[in-house]
Ligand binder design. Structure first.
Ligand SMILES: Nc1ncnc2c1ncn2[C@@H]1O[C@H](COP(=O)(O)OP(=O)(O)OP(=O)(O)O)[C@@H](O)[C@H]1O
Ligand SMILES: [Mg+2]
Length: 200
């Protein structure tokens, strides 16, 4: 797809502060940004393909950061770097490294002790990861890819469909609503809706 120099009518331009850390200066609007990010994410997925990982390797701070960098590093210069400022989702920035370490230890324990069914382990992990919000942006997509990798590489199950299976006929907006509703239920400790959504 051709990328225009100027914002086309009807396209959302990027604000100056939203361009902070952008590596590709020809990006002018949100749809172009989405396109570049999507391409970068596809490269990250390709990088994981055919690879095998030990549980210890995948469930680690170093892998969490490397994967984020692989997903966004061509587009943003903060790929893989923990955030330093506060967001409306997530804990105070200074607590990110320790909260992540606690989450990783919990997940290793759940896997070892089969505390929950396999999908539930991946989804509980995904939800706590996105709730910590390690990075300035891209946390949602990063947490979903991490859940996919846990399912595929650790449990040898298919990746999740995240509302996009052929049997789910809802449109994009409806799917997004379902996803956000399921996240809010999970915030209250009820994971069943998010687990169902992830395979719908
Ligand atoms: N109440 C909530 N509890 C947990 N997570 C939430 C909640 N609301 C939103 N989120 C997650 O945070 C994401 C937004 O964070 P961020 O912008 O860093 O991620 P993204 O990858 O750009 O977004 P997306 O998930 O839309 O692709 C949401 O998309 C969703 O995945
Ligand atoms: Mg975002």
């Amino acid at each position: 797809m051709g990328l225009s120099q100027h914002v086309q009518a009807g396209q959302t331009p990027l604000e100056e502060e939203e361009r902070d850390g952008l590596k590709i200066l020809t990006i002018n609007c949100l749809s172009e940004l989405d396109e570049f990010e999507q391409k970068n994410i596809e490269e990250a997925i390709a990088w994981t393909m055919g690879k095998t990982y030990t549980i210890q390797k995948l469930i680690s701070t170093s892998f969490i950061r490397t994967l984020h960098k692989k997903m966004y590093g061509h587009v943003w210069n903060w790929g893989g770097q923990f955030r330093k400022s506060e967001k409306n989702i997530g804990i105070p920035a200074w607590q990110v490294p320790t909260a992540l370490k606690m989450l990783l230890d919990d997940v290793l324990f759940w896997i070892d002790h089969k505390t929950y069914p396999e999908d539930e382990i991946a989804i509980r992990f995904k939800h706590r990861l996105v709730s910590i919000h390690c990075f300035s942006n891209g946390n949602g997509r990063h947490s979903r890819l991490m859940a996919d990798l846990i399912s595929e590489k650790i449990f040898h199950q298919p990746v999740f469909t995240w509302g996009r299976s052929s049997s789910n006929l809802q449109d994009k907006e409806q799917i997004r609503k379902q996803y956000l509703r399921a996240l809010k239920m999970a915030d209250k400790g009820n994971y069943s809706e998010l687990i169902d959504f992830s395979r719908s």
